[in-house]
Design a protein around this ligand. Structure first.
Ligand code: ZN
Ligand code: ZN
Ligand code: ZN
Ligand code: ZN
Ligand code: ZN
Length: 245
């Protein structure tokens, strides 16, 4: 076990971040501390929270594997448990990492927090999967990723998203969103060209990117609105009125 991972150096003094106590500057004392009751107690508590183990009839029970645990260390290192934990981590990552798996002792209970739905989800494969696939979560995710890249949810459906910059629909999967925003050449070129055109020109496109109905950019220099597309912006930026404003 990596006992020492919780001992950090703060301004030359050793501190146990698990127990939140400073330790005398003495290596022997560090060993005494990490083998002490307080530290061991919290250490075990954290393992249980991070792996969704609870005490049932004073025996550890794994809610991820639905099995009684004889030896804590053996269980969390077992193939079955590791695979299930990996499956959860993979699901969460693939979804865009909006769910927080309990990692700290501060999480009193083993609950997963969804940062975009602001709700808690049971720390179990099925519950997490159900939440990720729920309409509520998909809608929240579409909202969370949309600002500043022109992606919008579509009224009446949660299956599709709309890219305003490319004027096309695509499936509401986080992979599709990232693929489109990061790798679609037309999308990145168009957006980058618009951003280059307005750079240093006192033109803002926040409204265009965050409001699906807005099709104009605002030129604060001329106090007018300009259709937000490459042609119009280029013409405006190079025009006399803007240059002399
Ligand atoms: Zn400690
Ligand atoms: Zn388990
Ligand atoms: Zn959610
Ligand atoms: Zn696009
Ligand atoms: Zn202007």
């Amino acid at each position: 076990m990596a006992y020492y991972e919780d001992i950090v150096d703060i301004g030359g003094q050793a501190k146990c971040i698990l127990c939140e106590v400073y330790l005398p500057d003495d290596n022997n004392y560090v060993d005494t501390h990490i083998n002490g009751d307080q530290h061991m107690g919290l250490y075990v508590k954290r393992i249980m929270i991070n792996n969704n183990l609870v005490l049932q009839h004073s025996k550890p029970y794994c809610l991820i594997c639905n099995s009684v645990v004889c030896n804590l260390e053996d269980h969390i290192q077992s193939n079955q448990h590791q695979q299930r934990m990996d499956e959860i981590k993979y699901m969460v990552e693939k979804d865009g990492a909006f769910l927080e798996i309990p990692t700290k002792i501060a999480h009193k209970e083993s609950e997963v927090h969804c940062t975009i739905c602001d709700c808690t989800v049971g720390f179990e494969i099925k519950e997490i999967k159900d939440h990720i696939q729920s309409v509520k979560h998909k809608r929240a995710r579409a909202m969370a990723v949309q600002p500043s890249n022109g992606i919008f949810s579509v009224e009446g459906t949660d299956d599709d998203l709309f890219c305003k910059i490319c004027q096309l629909y695509f499936e509401n999967y986080i992979e599709c969103i990232f693929e489109h925003v990061d790798e679609d050449e037309k999308h990145t070129q168009t957006l980058n060209k618009i951003l280059r055109l307005i750079k240093g020109q006192n033109i803002t496109i926040e409204k265009y990117l965050t409001n699906v109905a807005e099709d104009k950019a605002t030129c604060n220099k001329c106090s007018i609105e300009v259709p937000c597309n490459i042609d119009n912006l280029e013409r405006h930026v190079k025009g006399k009125k803007h240059k002399n404003a």
